[in-house]
Design a protein around this ligand. Structure first.
Ligand SMILES: Nc1ncnc2c1ncn2[C@@H]1O[C@H](COP(=O)(O)OP(=O)(O)OP(=O)(O)O)[C@@H](O)[C@H]1O
Ligand SMILES: [Mg+2]
Length: 276
């Protein structure tokens, strides 16, 4: 990765927090006789400016639901989610999203994909190209702009997806398992790159993952969630120097602590309601 990169986005003093979830519950009613699913129950969370916040937990604990609420794709059943003090009512350019599957447009080149958001924002062609090239450079793909998504690897496609989200210049980047479909080698290098991108841009990132290790490698704080109903079990600050390695002793110890938190909850569920 080369270039000077975009300037870090710093919050002005007195800015309200980028995201606050106030007592948020999200219930999915089921058609027919089935019981409703409580995807999230009384979630209280404040995302700090410039932080890398990871959300980890087993399948079905409500990670995607939480991210969808922040993205504005969904509304809570009760409580509210605020962006800088205002209730989130729908998607907005200040909140960029990266999904597990890259969702690039196959008929557009890499550069055109990244320029798509800026195109929608009615910038001039020169401005769009400059933005696209700046963010492609940031994710290490400066030489691949004219290729189509079918001509690049899965890891590269995810980097394009990150560049596309950043080219909209959001205040906060929301990522839902963006490396979940990648092989372990690509995943490790993508983690390192995202760490660097975060350090260079100063963006606030909310990053959802199944992987306890990934959450510890990347997060300033790790939100540990447990399922059915989806709750925040604990929020753990990760005060370790970067870049971190999965082999670092403190990383291994923290992973053990978080796994124990998750297992304790699973055992309680297996033993039945009286064990709660
Ligand atoms: N649109 C929906 N309709 C009904 N139930 C839903 C819907 N979306 C999610 N759920 C339920 O809400 C719960 C939380 O789902 P969610 O997708 O947020 O979990 P997750 O933590 O992202 O899981 P995974 O790690 O598998 O992606 C699950 O029990 C799921 O079945
Ligand atoms: Mg999910």
């Amino acid at each position: 990765m080369g270039g000077t990169g975009p300037k870090p986005a710093r919050a002005a003093p007195g800015d309200l927090p980028p995201v606050v979830a106030r007592d948020v519950s999200c219930v999915f009613e089921r058609r027919g006789a089935g019981a409703a699913i409580v995807a999230l129950e009384r979630i209280k969370l404040e995302v700090h400016d410039g932080e890398f916040l990871c959300v980890v937990g087993p399948s079905g604990c409500g990670k995607t639901t939480l991210l969808n609420l922040i993205a504005g794709f969904q509304q809570p059943t009760s409580g509210e989610v605020l962006f800088r003090g205002r209730t989130i009512k729908g998607p907005g350019a200040e909140r960029g999203v990266v999904f597990q599957e890259h969702a690039l447009f196959p008929w557009l080149t890499v550069r055109q994909n990244v320029a798509f958001g800026p195109t929608v924002r009615h910038l001039t062609q020169a401005q769009r190209r400059e933005l696209a090239d700046r963010y492609l450079d940031l994710v290490g793909l400066a030489g691949f702009s004219d290729l189509y998504p079918s001509e690049i690897s899965g890891g590269m496609a995810q980097r394009v997806a990150i560049a596309r989200a950043l080219a909209n210049e959001p205040e906060i980047l929301l990522a839902d398992e963006p490396f979940g479909a990648l092989d372990v080698f690509t995943r490790t290098s993508m983690q390192r790159e995202l760490d660097q991108i975060w350090q260079r841009t100063g963006k606030t990132i909310v990053f959802v993952t199944h992987s306890v290790e990934e959450a510890i490698l990347l997060g300033d704080r790790v939100v540990v969630m447990t399922p059915h109903p989806g709750r925040i079990r604990e929020i753990i600050p990760i005060d370790l120097p970067r870049p971190r390695s999965a082999l670092d002793q403190p990383v291994v110890e923290l992973a053990r602590t978080i796994l124990a938190l998750l297992e304790r909850r699973t055992e309680a569920r297996v033993e039945g309601p009286r064990a709660e």
